[in-house]
Design a protein around this ligand. Structure first.
Ligand SMILES: Nc1ncnc2c1ncn2[C@@H]1O[C@H](COP(=O)(O)OP(=O)(O)OP(=O)(O)O)[C@@H](O)[C@H]1O
Ligand SMILES: [Mg+2]
Length: 193
């Protein structure tokens, strides 16, 4: 399967899609995977990664903030197959060179799930086999006063338009295709339950 389009009606819905992807990843038995998240400011990329991380075993007591200012954050996972989650935000990176300089190679590989927000900014530095997730919200941002460019990554609950987001998943390689197929089956099962 190459593509799947779904809707999320609220923040919890996006967290649940992240958790469902964690389930699909586990079912795939893949031991490394890269997720490329795109979409407007405040579209829900960080929320999605949080849902994924919690379901992969990042304890609720461990904060999972946006990595916009630190560029990357790493979380230990309980394993045995998946041992680290890396959450990277490429919003402030100038391109693939800066991705490499940020240590991207060490964030990928055996035992690691690697999530890259604003992956389009560093596309040439990403592995081909990855899952692309495009997050969209339909209404304009209600943030920070008219005409101001909003700061990325620091959304408080009341600053973004609440509600519906569209999540468009597309697989860019064989591993991602397997995971996406599993995600589609799990979501069918969830909606039938
Ligand atoms: N359906 C929804 N899915 C995800 N987030 C939602 C939804 N409805 C409202 N929200 C709110 O929108 C905000 C999304 O913020 P988030 O940090 O995930 O965006 P982002 O895409 O990572 O933005 P940035 O590009 O600035 O990093 C949160 O405050 C969240 O509570
Ligand atoms: Mg973000």
């Amino acid at each position: 399967m190459d593509a799947l389009d779904v809707e999320s009606t609220d923040t919890d819905g996006t967290l649940r899609w992240g958790a469902l992807l964690a389930e699909a990843l586990r079912a795939s038995a893949l031991t490394e995977f890269v997720i490329d998240l795109r979409g407007e400011l405040g579209a829900g990329k960080t929320v999605f990664v949080r849902g994924l991380g919690r379901a992969l075993g990042v304890a609720a007591t461990v904060p999972m903030p946006s990595p916009t200012f630190t560029i990357a954050r790493a979380y230990a996972l309980p394993g045995p197959l998946l041992r680290e989650l890396h959450h990277l935000d490429a919003y402030r990176l100038g391109g693939p060179d800066e991705l490499e300089a940020a240590g991207f190679e060490e964030m990928c590989g055996e035992g690691r799930i690697t999530c890259v927000e604003w992956g389009g900014r560093v596309e040439a530095g990403l592995p081909e086999d990855r899952l692309l997730i495009e997050c969209h919200h339909e209404r304009p941002l209600a943030r920070a006063g008219a005409g101001q460019h909003p700061e990325p990554g620091v959304w408080a609950g009341d600053e973004t338009p609440a509600g519906r987001r569209r999540l468009a998943f597309s697989a860019r390689g064989p591993g991602a295709r397997v995971v996406l197929q599993l995600l589609a089956s799990l979501s069918n099962r969830a909606s039938e339950a």
